[in-house]
Design a protein around this ligand. Structure first.
Ligand code: GDP
Length: 304
């Protein structure tokens, strides 16, 4: 399965450390816990989330003094699932859109290079596959390459794109995309934005403008503000999430590039730290490599 394959590196590096930690031990002691802690931090689970998990394991060990190391995996799995269960969930388990929001407008934000364009292409593909009419809006008018890349995706997936020349006002592109989506009776309009993270004021201003212009055309839009984060950057992704959520109302998260990294634990840190659901994960470069984040499947893949 793509998810198992995608999380392979995280899993291997994480569990080789756990295996080493419990080698020759017959019960979970301080030393074992220290090494589990190290393994979690090494997988980029983040200090806060790691401390929470370790504390919970400690409580369980204290209750049962003779807790064997063979149970450690199961307990760890339960506690990791517990952390995810407490985190908010996306209301959708399929590529569906809510009734009465037509078109469903998704504004996609994130720093350049995190996989924003690719994620938009993958989303378009999946929504189309689910029978939705999709339209793309190229509102990253600062980079010619961004518009080109999005155009390539629109051709590849076979969905229309609204774009203007480089340097145009991003708000006007977003406005036209929503207008065109309404005229064409699109189900989903996905709008790309520039990923220039100069500073918070700049970001607030830029994204604020785009949102205001969109809502002039469709008052309750954008319906979703999707922040794309590069999971392979580990704690940097957390930092970006902090900056973007402070600058604008982010409603969903996509974490990309979980394949090819041992830092997949960052999903836990992000889920635990932000009150925003992780909606998608990216596990490869192809159209098919975007998955709706499923907590149980994620944990199963890590421990299977
Ligand atoms: P943008 O600048 O944020 O729009 O980033 P792009 O969408 O252009 O992606 C940057 C690079 O990351 C490209 O080479 C993508 O193919 C790659 N990429 C995006 N998502 C994933 C993913 O989930 N896994 C892998 N391995 N590569 C990805």
């Amino acid at each position: 399965e793509a998810l198992d394959e995608g999380l392979k590196k995280t899993k291997e590096s994480f569990f080789s450390k756990i295996t080493k930690a419990i080698a020759g031990k017959d019960k979970v002691d301080e030393e074992v816990l220290d090494q589990v802690e190290e393994a979690l931090v090494g997988a980029d689970v983040g200090i806060d989330t790691t401390v929470t998990i370790i504390k919970r394991i400690e409580e369980r060990v204290a209750k049962d003094k003779y807790l064997g190391t063979s149970e450690l995996n199961r307990i760890l799995q339960e506690e990791i699932m517990g952390i995810l269960t407490e985190a908010p969930s996306s209301e959708f388990e399929t590529f569906d859109v809510p009734a009465g929001k037509k078109p469903y407008v998704i504004l996609v934000v994130g720093v350049n290079g995190v996989g924003k364009t690719t994620t938009i292409g993958k989303l378009a593909h999946n929504y189309k596959k689910a029978g939705k009419n999709v339209l793309l809006g190229a509102a990253d008018t600062f980079r010619a390459a961004a518009v080109d890349q999005l155009t390539i995706w629109s051709d590849r997936v076979g969905v229309p794109i609204v774009k203007k020349e480089m340097g145009s006002d991003p708000g006007s592109v977003a406005f036209d995309a929503v207008a065109s989506g309404i005229a064409r009776e699109s189900d989903v309009v996905i709008i790309d934005t520039a990923g220039r993270l100069h500073n918070k004021a700049y970001l607030m201003d830029e994204l604020g403008k785009i949102r205001r212009v969109i809502s002039k055309k469709m008052p309750d839009a954008p319906h979703e503000v999707l922040l794309v984060l590069d999971g392979s950057t580990g704690q940097n992704a957390l930092e970006q999430a902090k900056q973007f959520t402070a600058a604008t109302d982010v409603t969903a998260l996509a974490i990309t590039k979980l394949d090819g990294t041992a830092k997949g634990g960052v999903v836990l840190a992000i889920a635990n730290q932000f009150k925003i659901p992780v909606k998608y994960i990216g596990v490869g470069e192809k159209m098919e490599d975007l998955q709706i984040f499923n907590k149980a499947e994620f944990v199963d893949s890590l421990f299977s």
